[in-house]
Every structure is written in C-alpha cells, then in structure tokens.
Design a binder for this molecule. Structure first.
Ligand code: KG4
Ligand code: ZN
Length: 342
C-alpha cells in the first residue's frame, strides 16, 4: 500500500510518500521558522494560514518528484493531534478531502506516535518491545512500547517540556528563535562544571520530569555573572549537562523498572548531540542498544506520519468521513495494531 503522509501540527508543513515493501519514496518539508522568528515563538494564526498556502503545492511536488501517479495512492495519513487546532485542521481537512476524492481510506495519526515510530524508517529498525524517550517542544514522555498502539506511559513532564525549556533558556541567554539548536551550538563552546545546575526530580522516586526551574536557574545565573561570551557559553553548557544527566538518570530508572534492553529516542530534542552521546553511553554500559531516527526525522516531518499511517491503514484502521483534529490527546488512548506482515 502506498500512503501519503501529511504533517501540519505546528510550524512545519511536511509531506511524504511511504510504500509497503519499498519504504520511503520521497518527502519534503517547509519550515515556518523565518515567519515566526521575529515574534519569538509560533503565532498560531500565521502558522495555519501558511499551511493553507503551502500544503497542496508540497503534495504536488512530492508526487511529481517520486514519479508516481496519484491513482497509485492507497491511503492518506494526516496528523490529527496533538497540536495547534487551526494548524491541525488544515492537514486534516486537506488529507480527508484528498482521500475522498481518490476513493481511498484516511487515518488521523497521533503526532507523538509518528515521532515514536520514526526510527522504523532507518535501515536497522528497533524491535519491540522497547523503552521510548520522546523529547519534543510540547512533550517529555517515557513510554513502554510493546507494539504499534501498545503504549504504557511511565513518565511525563509536570510543567515545561524539555524542548520548551531549551527554547526559553535560549531566550534568557539572548539567542534567537527557535533556541534549542542555537543553545546546543553555544554549549559546545562552554566548559562543563563551571556552573552546577540542579537535576530536577531525580532526588525522589518516579519517572516524571520538571524543567521549568532550569530556565529560572539559568536566568539567575546569567544575571549574577559578568555576562561575558564565555560565561554565556558556560551557562548553556551547564543547562545542557543538567538536561542530559536528568534524562540518563530517568532512563536508567525506567530500564531497571521494566527490564527492557532497548531504548528509542525521538522528537526534536533527540537531535541534540550531547543527549545522544550520553544515552548511547548509558546503553553501552548496560549492554543494550539505543536507536534514533536520522536527525532530520527527529524534528517534525511528513515521513513519520506516512509510516505511522501506513501501519494503521495496513491493519484496516481508518476514519469515517468526519474530520478529526484533537489538540490534546494521550498516546494511551490509541487502539493497538495487531502484528501484521509488512
Ligand atoms: O519534535 P519537534 O520538531 O516539534 C514538536 O513536536 O514540538 O521539536 C521541536 C523542539 C524545539 O523545542 C527545538 O528547540 C528542539 O526541539 N530542538 C533541539 C535541537 N533541535 C531541535 N533542542 C536541543 N538540541 C537540538 N539540537
Ligand atoms: Zn513533533
């Protein structure tokens, strides 16, 4: 089955074509970063309007570039949530309408399931069961994964998601939007250990996360410093070390608790090199393995939605003619998908 995937949950318009047995045929992405940069964050109404003007041309572009005929498309997958309501509606309405026009089924995909399954697009995909650490701009989740749709939430953020903490700390340090990658680049110029940040919620049992205090800690440290370039980099480094350490501690705990030997790390912050190295070290120490999507599929993209949608459509799941957009949606509410031939 050939599936068209559409991602419009936030500030990226992503489109991809995935075919069972053949893999990813093509994908394209338009990032709205320049559009939102001068506002210091995503402006929902601007995001929705931009998706409206970009989506159909991008779909045409992917179809043309892969040389397929639209009649070959056997299903459409779109991100149904969680995300910004207006942005989600653009993908949902377009995806549902195209599926109706082509006479094929449509399925609304959970954005975080897309992230979680993204490593399956790589040459050496992880095998179930595994522990997933999902780290994005909106979520910080630890999930026990037994199969597609078989998810048990072990840990969640009680305040700011880790990507949000990266972005806010970047703002504190005077870096542009989106701050995560800029903060990570600056941290590479910094020296570990010059400042000591807390490792939030690691001094008590449990697998939940809290990152909002780190941003305040960074602000106070920056104000009390001499505000030199080196101090700015050292603070960035201390923040990144604190996040990575916290992740390592929580992942170790979750692996001990579940007895799992495989870790999957996905979502935008999964592109962070320091975090990747630290988690690779943890899994090496335990004799297990860590899997990541390639860096471009850590952040939002259409390929992960096409793949997740393919798994569900292939199992016979699809939507009625109604259009689904669900801004808040738990992974645990998803129906399981049986083991199916790929
Ligand atoms: O998964 P994603 O593209 O969108 C959401 O679903 O939220 O994640 C975006 C988040 C942003 O907060 C961004 O700053 C962060 O991921 N991010 C990074 C890096 N690349 C993206 N954070 C730290 N280091 C990076 N290299
Ligand atoms: Zn995302």
């Amino acid at each position: 089955m050939l599936v068209l995937g559409i991602e419009t949950s936030c500030d990226e318009t992503g489109v991809a074509l995935y075919a069972g047995g053949r893999g990813l045929l093509g994908h394209t992405l338009f990032s709205q970063v320049d559009l939102h940069a001068r506002f210091g964050g995503v402006v929902p109404e601007l995001a929705s309007r931009d998706h409206v003007s970009r989506l159909l041309p991008l779909i045409q572009e992917v179809i043309d570039n892969t040389g397929i005929n639209s009649k070959e498309i056997g299903g459409v997958a779109y991100t149904a949530g969680p995300g910004l309501m207006g942005a989600l509606l653009v993908g949902a309405v377009t995806g549902r309408a195209l599926a109706w026009t082509w006479g094929v089924p449509a399925v609304g995909v959970h954005h975080m399931e897309g992230h979680l399954l993204a490593p399956m697009l790589e040459e050496e995909p992880p095998a179930f069961p595994f522990l997933a650490l999902l780290v994005s701009g909106g979520h910080t989740l630890l999930v026990e994964v037994d199969g597609v749709g078989r998810y048990r939430l072990l840990g969640d953020s009680i305040d700011d998601a880790v990507g949000e903490a990266f972005d806010k700390t970047a703002t504190v340090l005077g870096l542009g939007y989106p701050g995560g990658p800029a903060l990570a680049a600056l941290a590479r110029q910094g020296t570990s250990g010059r400042y000591r940040f807390p490792r939030p919620m690691t001094d008590r049992p449990g697998l939940d996360f809290s990152f909002s205090g780190l941003k305040t800690f960074a602000l106070n440290t920056w104000k009390e410093s001499g505000r030199s370039e080196q101090e700015r980099a050292d603070i960035a480094r201390a923040f990144e070390d604190a996040v990575a350490d916290t992740m390592v501690i929580k992942c170790r705990r979750a692996l001990d608790q579940t007895g799992l030997g495989t870790l999957v790390v996905a979502g935008g912050v999964g592109a962070n090199r320091c975090l990747r190295e630290r988690l690779a070290g943890l899994m090496q120490e335990r004799g297990g393995r860590v899997y990541y999507p390639r860096a471009e599929f850590c952040t939002d993209n259409g390929a992960m939605i096409a793949y997740a949608g393919y798994r569900r459509l292939q199992a016979g799941q699809h939507e009625s003619l109604s259009i689904r957009a669900i801004p808040r949606w738990s992974l645990e509410e998803l129906p399981a998908v049986g083991d199916i031939a790929m």
